[in-house]
Design a protein around this ligand. Structure first.
Ligand SMILES: [Zn+2]
Length: 321
């Protein structure tokens, strides 16, 4: 993976991808945990499109993030055309699995999934797992068994996870409840930790999701307030604000830094793989100065767009659709 350095700009700070043909930084890990030394491969989007793996892709967008230990990974969001859109239980099952493969029928895939796609384990099996906060797994593992996939539980698909016998993974005996969502083709071809999820929108849900994304970003609304009150902050991108201001959590506002700001690296909020609106919001934040509200962010050539997605598209920030 390459990052273009143009003079003073360190694009890593913005988690910015460079070449439009890059779609994924894929890392190889044991038990789903990032290893100390890893391989990073780039998977060109052209390949996904040509193979028609998920159907016809009409737009794609991706964000590369750095985990706490500085390890990069990519979130990719593909939008499929009307004919390929994932709607039914069968569509979802075709693309995403959270079940251990049959070790006899497909030993290779079985080996890859048990090595790369098992969460943790955490909870009582390992209370020191990095996902644990106050005795609870922040990713809600282990999941529950489920007889069959359901398209929409509170807006998200819930995948089939049959109750079968545990298998030995490392030191533990684990079952389907510990498997992270994966796509068998991706896993088999890249032998890596690649999390794949389906997003099933039903009538009006995309707009609702956009409205939700616009209301809960408290550090963003604090940034808007700052822009209203301070002339200086209007010269900085949202991601640059931590260089000059510190976020006071109890007051929920940004305050001017006193000194020693040079070393601060701004962090954009992490993208939730299941929340496409956040991808678009993030792209807008990386390009707007001095916004005072979400409408400002959505304004392109003087027109307020209805959604973050539309605003990104108007600015030519993603291809297709
Ligand atoms: Zn966990």
């Amino acid at each position: 993976m390459a990052f273009i350095e143009n003079g003073y700009l360190d694009l890593r700070r913005y988690n910015q991808p460079t070449f439009r043909t890059e779609i994924a930084a894929i890392f190889v890990g044991d038990n789903g945990e990032p290893p100390a030394n890893r391989d990073i491969s780039i998977y060109p989007v052209d390949d996904i499109m040509k193979r028609n793996l998920f159907g016809r892709v009409i737009s794609y967008i991706y964000v590369i993030e750095f985990q706490k230990r500085g390890l990069p990974h990519a979130h990719n969001l593909l939008t499929l055309d009307t004919y390929s859109t994932i709607r039914t239980k069968d569509d979802i099952d075709k693309h995403v699995s959270v079940e251990l493969p049959d070790p006899i029928a497909d030993p290779t895939l079985f080996q890859i999934i048990t090595r790369c796609m098992i969460h943790g384990p955490c909870g009582t099996l390992n209370t020191n797992s990095p996902c644990m906060r106050e005795g609870v797994c922040t990713k809600q593992y282990s999941k529950e068994f489920r007889e069959k996939t359901e398209e929409n539980i509170n807006g998200y698909p819930m995948y089939q996870s049959m109750c079968t016998e545990s298998v030995r993974v490392g030191r533990h005996y684990l079952d389907n409840r510990w498997v992270a969502p994966y796509n068998p083709w991706f896993s088999k071809n890249f032998n890596a930790h690649i999390n794949v999820e389906a997003i099933v929108y039903q009538g009006g849900q995309e707009e609702e999701a956009a409205a939700r994304a616009a209301t809960r970003q408290t550090t963003h609304t604090a940034w808007f307030e700052l822009n209203k009150n301070e002339q200086d902050s209007n010269n900085y991108l949202c991601s640059d604000i931590p260089h000059y201001y510190t976020f006071n959590k109890s007051a929920m506002k940004w305050q001017k830094r006193q000194r020693g700001s040079e070393q601060v690296i701004g962090r954009m909020p992490l993208v939730n793989i299941r929340d496409p609106q956040m991808y678009y919001l993030r792209l807008l934040l990386l390009r707007n100065l001095g916004a005072v509200n979400f409408d400002d962010l959505k304004t392109v050539y003087g027109i307020v767009c209805n959604t973050f997605k539309q605003a990104c598209k108007m600015q030519g920030l993603f291809e297709g659709d």
